[in-house]
Design a protein. Sequence first.
Length: 327
Amino acid sequence: MEFFKIRKDIPFMRHALAFNIVSFVTFLLAVGFLAGKGLNFSIEFTGGLIVESRYEQAADLDKIRAAMEGLGVKEPQVQSFGTPRDVLIRMSVKDAENPAFSSLNKEGAKEGAKAEFDKEKFRNAVLTSASPQVTVQRVEYVGPQVGRELAENGALALLITSLGIVIYLAFRFEWKFGVAAIIANLHDVIIILGFFSFFQWEFSLPVLAAILAILGYSVNESVVVADRIRENFRKMRRSPVREVIDNAITRTMSRTIITHGCTQMAVLSMLLFGGAALHYFAVALTIGILFGIYSSVLVMAPLVMWLGVRREDLVKPVQASKDGAVV
């Protein structure tokens, strides 16, 4: 299925150096933001307080957020989960230790000791702002040690995924495609992290899941382009490598627009209607999809060309037997 068919190949590889320079500069900017500002980690990584409550009817989250802001929390994390009657509130360590919360600590704590959170006072001060018929189901403190383990496991997941992509592409095509694809895909990951660092958006577990999804999504596009390049090497035997790659990218453009356009429509619906719980997850996917198209076409393909891919790397040369038969 094609929405349109381009008659003449677009000379992408003529501007390969310019594309690579743009990618390199963007990559350096993202690394600079990460080194200078760092990431705004959520409480899953830094530790904090989780309060789970249940109402007898659908809860008004805006009223709960307003009550939290009145106690000094700048960006309250209030969301529904499961049903509209179930509400999850998350506070970072900094918010939980805010002096405005001192009235919510149990009285009689020893001097110098960590004050104990009083869920009944929190219920009366915050939760009842939405409705008086509310029950506190769970109060849980997530320590920084748990957050450190999550960060390490997330980095390990990225590493294993990246190695798996290289090995897969090296076996299916050739090692040059594996190296080029992983550089292009890691380029997408760093760009996403750079956006989150520059704007100081909250980096949470759903965002990490989005990054892992983008790795798989981008490698799929890389496989499509690489497969067409290999096919072209069989068909365009007299054409130079540059023209083979240009034709491969041009012939996959319609498919790329259809696939990524449909995916972005689904992600856009999450971004617009998914609420606070899915907002940054959808933002990360949006950035990843846009840069995934760019990197698979204009980063991976030029790198394959710079690495010196040849027809012999992908297509076995035709040999003639002693009796003249082609084998």
